[in-house]
Design a protein around this ligand. Sequence first.
Ligand code: PLP
Length: 395
Amino acid sequence: MMIAPDKIIYLDNNATTQLDPAVIEEMLPFLTTYYGNPSSGYQFGSQVRGAIETARERVADLLGCMPSEIVFTSCGTESNNTALNAALLLDLARRHIVTTAVEHSAIHKHCEQLVERGCEVTVVSVDQDGNLDLEELEHAIRPETAIISAMWANNETGVILPVEKIAELARAQGVLFHTDAVQAVGKVPIRLSDSAINFLSLSAHKLHGPKGVGALYLNRRSAFRSMLFGGGQENNRRAGTENVASIVALGKAAELALETMEEEQVRVRSMRDRFEETLLGKIPEASANGDREARLPNTSSLSFAGIESEGALLLLDRQKVCCSAGSACQTGSLQGSHVLRAMNLGEDAIRGSLRFSFGRFNTEAEVDEALEIVPRVVSKLRAMSPRRSAAVAIA
Ligand code: PLP
């Protein structure tokens, strides 16, 4: 039986978000009444094209760029893959990529594939707070570097990287720059008009839009090579009949994000901070992971010594609390978070890490409930832990 959503405490908004009802309302007519193909010449089709262009304008407004710089894609992963591939195709003599140790698998795994196909990848490290070593990054750039890819905000810790600075650095060396901003868009202000960023990826389902639709920002002065060939959709930059309803939905989600960002940042941040501070005060041997200043307002990565996050997720699930160990994509992996590992946190901190991420539809009452449940779960696991019982017995 499916779990009724009103019974759950959803603290996993970095994995995905609840669709905003206003987004559903906006997209539904494009699944029912307005089913025309946007490429058709008659009015029934061209009016759908108009809706796509409205969505493009709304996304551009959120990013502070021009509508013509937005290409709709099927997801954040596609946007990320497209940016790297485009850079490699633009100059076949450049086969080197610089990226960071904390990227999402949509960059990491792609880079692994590219290495198998003869590219070279330099991975820049981060410190214990998840901050990038800019000097190391600068030294990693070579004459044959095609692109630097660094995420705007990390999905596990929320740590924000200085992407505008990195983009300047890349431009000064004649290298393209891409940022995976899937976790940042809609949560922090972004103004691309004067930036040196060439490519930026976003995904609708992280900002209360539907899954399976994203966008790639392409700076109008940057050259581009498409990854999909076929029809001339998206101004010949991404072939394939448009996912109209989802694109319309992404547009609405972007509009709402822009309208509510200022207020939501404050509300969500205060909820996150209260949750985090209360847990750190209540639970001994608990710590917060990542720079606590340069961080998304909604994310809290916490480590509890002496527990296994997989066990915690199981017990929290029974209490209908949804959160993650590292990123959702890694749940089930025994290796633990590659992000926390890159930050050189101890084995205990990595094994006992949980990510809580807040969003538009969370309430203070849910936070109160979670603040009762999480300490109970941690205590129970610690009492069950043979390692811990032995330590207590010796002490
Ligand atoms: N990049 C980051 C930082 C993410 O957090 C995610 C999703 O978790 C992605 C990329 C992939 O986005 P999508 O699920 O739309 O492919």
